[in-house]
Design a protein around this ligand. Structure first.
Ligand code: NDP
Length: 313
């Protein structure tokens, strides 16, 4: 039976570490990291995410600025708000909750965010930096997934990894991070031939597909590490609903060496990494070193992330 990688505990540790570092920079540099979250419209799922981000930002000792705009807000008005946040010295991270209403050009909005405040890591410049292995801001979900992998496996160099899914927010940045870690990376998608066979060769399987329980246990190489990014709500026979991942957990856990559950795996890491990125950018923008905690050695979770971000190919 596989080791269960506990994303909830991992995330709580990382957030605790971030809160201690925030306290140090507040005391030593009178600097309080600030995260601005912009929500346009009233999509229920987005509202839940925004609330949760705001709550965890405050719990980490940072300032949270929430901007809730009407669904009919024009693109020009949204861009004007982003411009104001770009120029606000108390704001170190800006996140525009996606999806945006249809009349707004998502790409134009994302690329209007200052590269140094783009804590989602979606700005073209940050995408480019990641693809050449330069310092930048790494998207939160792939970053959280990589942290769990490195914590579990240590050095990933030379391992075969498959990323199932090629989206811009998960699949592609995940593949770029694994390449940076010197894995041999396969990116699979809906046109991939013999997906089970491709998966069976991998030491690391990342599932980011958005299809409930698609990856089966007999697709997994014995002992492989499985990171399930998928979050799918499905209906039970009695009409209630539950969350499942993109991996069939029961059968995969019998074969894998380690696996993340859904819920409680990658999900909780995403907001923790958003806080990490905000703290990192508050420090970078103010030319302050990210504090290293006395007594914690280099392998602390936070240092793992910092090493991931600053390592070059
Ligand atoms: P997208 O829908 O943007 O991308 C899905 C990818 O899966 C596409 O590249 C698609 O291929 C591929 N795909 C679809 N069907 C198949 C198939 N049958 N075989 C192989 N590949 C297939 O999804 P996201 O990347 O945004 O999200 C993926 C999952 O991760 C979702 O469940 C989402 O909810 C979850 N998620 C979780 C987060 C978290 O915090 N834990 C954050 C973000 C996402 P093609 O390109 O060929 O169409």
């Amino acid at each position: 039976m596989a080791t269960i990688i506990d994303g909830k505990a991992f995330s709580a540790n990382l957030r605790g570490e971030i809160a201690r570092k925030v306290e140090i920079i507040k005391q030593n540099h009178s600097l309080t990291p600030g995260l601005a979250v912009v929500l346009v419209g009233e999509d229920p799922a987005s509202q839940v995410y925004v609330r949760s981000k705001g709550k965890q930002t405050v719990e980490a000792g940072m300032n949270s600025y929430e901007h809730k705009l009407d669904v009919s807000t024009s693109q020009d008005d949204l861009l004007a708000l982003i411009d104001q946040l770009n120029n606000d010295p108390d704001v170190h991270g800006i996140l525009v909750q996606l999806p945006l209403p249809d009349h707004i050009d998502e790409e134009a909005v994302i690329n209007s965010i200052s590269v140094d405040k783009d804590v989602d890591g979606f700005h073209l410049s940050n995408v480019g930096r990641l693809s050449i292995g330069a310092d930048g801001i790494v998207p939160c979900t792939p970053l959280g997934s990589l942290m769990m992998l490195k914590d579990h496996l240590g050095d990933l160099s030379g391992m075969k990894a498959i990323v199932v899914g090629r989206s811009n927010i998960v699949g592609k940045p995940m593949a770029a991070l694994l390449l940076k870690e010197s894995c041999t990376v396969t990116i699979a998608h809906s046109r991939t031939r013999d997906l089970p066979g491709e998966c069976r060769q991998a030491d690391i399987v990342i599932a980011a597909v958005g299809r409930p329980e698609m990856v089966k246990g007999d697709w997994i190489k014995p002992g492989a590490t499985v990171i399930d990014v998928g979050i799918n709500r499905i209906e039970n026979e009695d009409g209630t609903t539950r969350l499942v991942g993109d991996v069939e957990f029961g059968s995969a856990a019998e074969v894998a060496g380690a696996i993340t559950p859904v819920p409680g795996g990658v999900g909780p890491m995403t907001i923790a990494c958003l806080l990490h990125n905000t703290l990192q950018q508050a420090c970078r923008l103010n030319h302050v070193e990210i504090p290293v905690e006395r007594g914690l050695h280099q392998s602390s979770l936070f240092e793992v992330v910092s090493v991931i971000i600053s390592s070059h190919v």
